[in-house]
Design a protein around this ligand. Structure first.
Ligand SMILES: Cc1ncc(COP(=O)(O)O)c(C=O)c1O
Length: 406
């Protein structure tokens, strides 16, 4: 990864002025309009539906009454934001997203707390990541704070679509596509940003169920210099065949490995954590470093921050081992296999917005299963307590700056 790219990834703000300038002044050098929430036009849905009962919610299959759209053109920049009834988009068949996968997206959740306040979790991180993704495939960048203002309007309007049962949320899916009406690979002269909302039930409705992974040596998800560190649509379709391949062999997800050393990278569409018992007591919680192949997950960052604050004694998490080392470092399958055989493996879990924490109990690797310990509740000594803290902060039960009331 180039220095400039890693700087964009590490920055807590939107990409630097230099990057922003190059993309916002693509046509004539004049400054283009940014997203402007004060221009919002709202066209209410005259035929609103009602939220289906929780038992009928299948992730990503039900959508709320409204969506947000914001057009962009090379000549004038971002146009009028509009909240309108959820419905089909009109796209020409020549449109570049349909040919060259010029599409990026984000995934975030809105919760209703026990007092009925609507909360979103670390939305600034999603806005920042969406801009780095846009930059990577030459889609237009935008003011993330302005987009979030508009997302808030949309979520408030459709607040009745936020299920209130424990573990439920409203999934928020911002998407940006290239809509240039001409075939040809290049930065599009038109784009469309839209946001849709989907009520979601808990990932594990009947309690945690550890999953089995297939340590994939046949396919790769990401490579050095590629696009694995960005949330691009193009990263996901090629994972479907490997997913079917893993499922056919009885595994729920792929464990994406890299290089001849078989470095662990990600799990399905989640980041990955491995906990090892240290020599002489205590636990090391390790996750692969952000080397350009790993998506910088919001959940990954949250797990790392919570674990580090606990380890430093800044904010101890009840139940979490006191002697905790937190590492961002490469881990090979050989190390995991050895740790499994010698009893040093404490646990392995995936982390992402959808499932939050996903415990793993075995990895199919080179014809045999590597076994991973899990507790009676399906979780392990780190994930159990981190999960409780994370869920508490997301839902507002534990006060935190990360939870934004909207
Ligand atoms: C490839 C990939 N890795 C990791 C994640 C987890 O990221 P986050 O915690 O921001 O949801 C996602 C999920 O969105 C993903 O698609």
């Amino acid at each position: 990864m180039s220095l400039a790219f890693s700087r964009v990834l590490r920055s807590s703000k939107r990409p630097s002025a230099k990057w922003t300038f190059s993309l916002r002044t693509m046509s004539s050098g004049s400054t283009l309009s940014d997203i402007n929430p004060s221009k919002l036009v709202v066209k209410r849905n005259e035929n609103p539906k009602s939220l289906p009962p929780s038992s009928q919610l299948k992730f990503g299959h039900t959508f709320s009454d409204h969506m947000l759209t914001i057009p962009w053109t090379q000549e004038s920049g971002w146009g009028t934001p509009q909240i309108q009834p959820y419905g089909p988009l009109s796209l020409e068949p020549s449109c570049t997203v349909l040919h060259y996968a010029q599409t990026i997206f984000e995934g975030m959740k809105a919760y209703k707390d026990p007092e009925g306040k609507i909360r979103m979790f670390r939305p600034d991180m999603n806005m920042k990541r969406m801009n780095t993704s846009a930059h990577r495939i030459a889609l237009p960048q935008f003011d993330g704070t302005a987009l979030f203002e508009l997302i808030k309007e949309l979520v408030r309007l459709d607040k009745n679509w936020i299920p209130t049962e424990p573990g439920h949320s409203l999934y928020v899916r911002p998407t940006l596509i290239g809509t240039q009406k001409a075939i040809g690979v290049g930065p599009p002269n038109e784009a469309l940003l839209f946001v849709i909302l989907s009520p979601a039930g808990p990932y594990y409705p009947e309690g945690f169920k550890p999953i089995a992974l297939y340590g994939t040596t046949e396919f790769v998800r990401a490579a050095p210099g590629g696009t694995g560190a960005f949330k691009l649509g193009v990263n996901y379709a090629p994972g479907i065949l490997p997913q079917k391949f893993a499922a056919k062999q009885g595994y729920a997800q792929n464990l994406w490995l890299h290089g001849p050393e078989h470095y662990l990278t990600e799990v399905g569409t989640m980041n990955l954590f491995i906990a090892f018992h240290k020599e002489g007591g205590g636990i090391e919680l390790a996750t692969p470093p952000l080397d350009g192949m790993i998506l910088p997950g919001v959940t990954r960052d949250s797990v790392l921050t919570l674990a580090r604050e606990h380890a430093a004694g800044v904010r101890p998490i009840p139940g979490l081992p006191k002697d905790l080392t937190v590492s961002e470092r490469p881990v090979t399958m050989a190390e995991v296999k050895e740790a499994s055989l010698t009893g040093k493996l404490a646990e392995l879990f995936g982390a992402g917005t959808a499932a939050v924490i996903s415990p793993v109990d075995r990895i199919g690797y080179q014809g045999e299963d590597v076994h991973i310990p899990t507790g009676k509740d399906g979780m392990g000594p780190v994930s159990r307590h981190i999960w409780t803290e994370l869920i508490g902060r997301q839902t507002g039960a534990i006060p935190s700056d990360w939870s934004v009331v909207i």
